[in-house]
Ligand binder design. Structure first.
Ligand SMILES: Cc1ncc(COP(=O)(O)O)c(C=O)c1O
Length: 363
């Protein structure tokens, strides 16, 4: 048996029991709500985990990037939603190659992005699924009004090469609830807007089969809303410190970074060998901290540089140079993207190592 503490650091660790439970519970929640689950794989970027999600009943996969779609298609996944705009001639050409291997649907919020993809698909004899992205309050991409959505749907429906499937949104603004919680009222507004949009599309004669929403904090609230067809949560497989601040318990956090204490100073400062290149630099919290050191509540992760994590002991700590600690990252998705592989554990025992095949696939 190899213990996690025998591993070199920094190393990305995944608690396999927690991962399995998170995957099973989300699949059950979505099934109970009568929806389909198309998990967002940008969180783990790992075909082995996508296979676990498929085995639990996922209808297909979601990705953020064409490069992630290529990895998942070549790993054998045949139904992929690129929930993002694809723009530019190079991407159009790559997408045509991908369509030889998988059924693909793509997000659009403009005719300018849709027309070249439709033209290429038609020329190659492919059908590309088209989903219109609707802004339900996040203020990122997506159509900004019902009129805009209706007009784009009419335009897309007339393009050869595209099959208009429906609408989608990422309700990331639910993360911005009062006191750091989930914004339940905003979730209700998201469901109402998506239903009303689907009804208006049907009213103008545009068939809207798919009404897709996607976020981990929204999953519990939206899985029971009528009129929605699909959920695309991503970070639920691992959870992280951001989810913990919204009430997710520690025993749902499957992802940690194993780090070694490299320096202990007399003023209470401790340095570990996990900086921004192993933890990522996200700090969405007012206290500007960068991770939670498991089993060491006295330690505050108060600063970070490329190779160094700066911890401060608020009271006496027994940690010594050479000891190893496990740190829960603030944001699982960006943390995973820093690593080539992840090591799975049963308890403290090392079970396997998986290649994070889609890490760094930013194009
Ligand atoms: C388009 C889209 N769908 C789904 C998700 C999944 O959301 P979460 O990370 O809250 O699980 C995201 C996350 O950024 C997203 O951008």
């Amino acid at each position: 048996m190899k213990s996690l503490y025998d591993l070199d650091t920094p190393t990305l660790l995944v608690d396999a029991d927690r991962l399995e439970r998170n995957i099973a519970d989300m699949a059950e929640r979505v099934r109970a709500g009568g929806k389909t689950l198309r998990p967002h794989t940008k969180t783990h970027k790992t075909p082995e985990i996508a296979r676990m999600q498929a085995a639990a009943g996922a209808s297909g996969l979601t990705v953020a990037k064409l490069g992630e779609a290529e990895v998942m298609a070549y790993a054998g996944f045949k139904d992929i939603f690129i929930a993002n705009q694809l723009v530019g001639a190079i991407k159009v050409a790559r997408l045509m190659s991908l369509l030889e291997h998988a059924r693909v649907r793509v997000g659009f919020d403009s005719f300018e992005a849709a027309a070249p993809l439709a033209k290429a698909a038609a020329a190659h004899g492919f059908r590309l699924g088209a989903m219109i992205e609707v802004d339900t309050g996040l203020g990122r991409a997506g159509t900004r009004s019902l009129e805009e959505t209706l007009m784009l749907a009419r335009q897309i429906s007339e393009l050869d090469g595209l099959d208009f499937l429906g609408i989608f949104t990422h309700e990331g603004h639910l993360y911005r609830g009062r006191d750091g919680g989930v914004d339940a009222e905003a979730a209700g507004r998201v469901a109402t807007q998506m239903r009303a949009t689907a009804e208006a599309l049907a009213g103008q004669g545009t068939d809207c089969k798919e009404v897709s929403v996607g976020s981990t904090p929204g999953a519990a609230l939206l899985s029971v809303e009528p009129g929605l067809t699909e959920l695309r949560p991503g970070v639920y497989v691992f959870n992280d410190r951001t989810q913990m601040r919204r009430g997710t318990p520690l025993d749902r956090c499957a992802l940690t970074v194993l780090a070694t204490v490299t320096s202990v100073r007399s003023d209470g400062r401790i340095v570990v060998d996990a900086g921004t290149k192993s933890m990522a630099s996200d700090s969405p919290f007012a206290d500007k901290t960068y991770g939670e050191v498991m089993d060491h509540p006295e330690l505050i992760f108060e600063g970070i540089s490329e190779e160094h994590g700066h911890l401060m002991a608020s009271r006496g700590t027994t940690l010594k140079v050479g000891e190893k600690v496990r740190i829960i990252p603030n944001h699982a998705c960006t943390c995973v993207n820093m690593h080539n592989s992840l090591t799975t554990l049963r308890g403290e025992e090392v079970e396997d190592t998986w290649y994070i095949a889609a890490r760094g696939k930013i194009r």
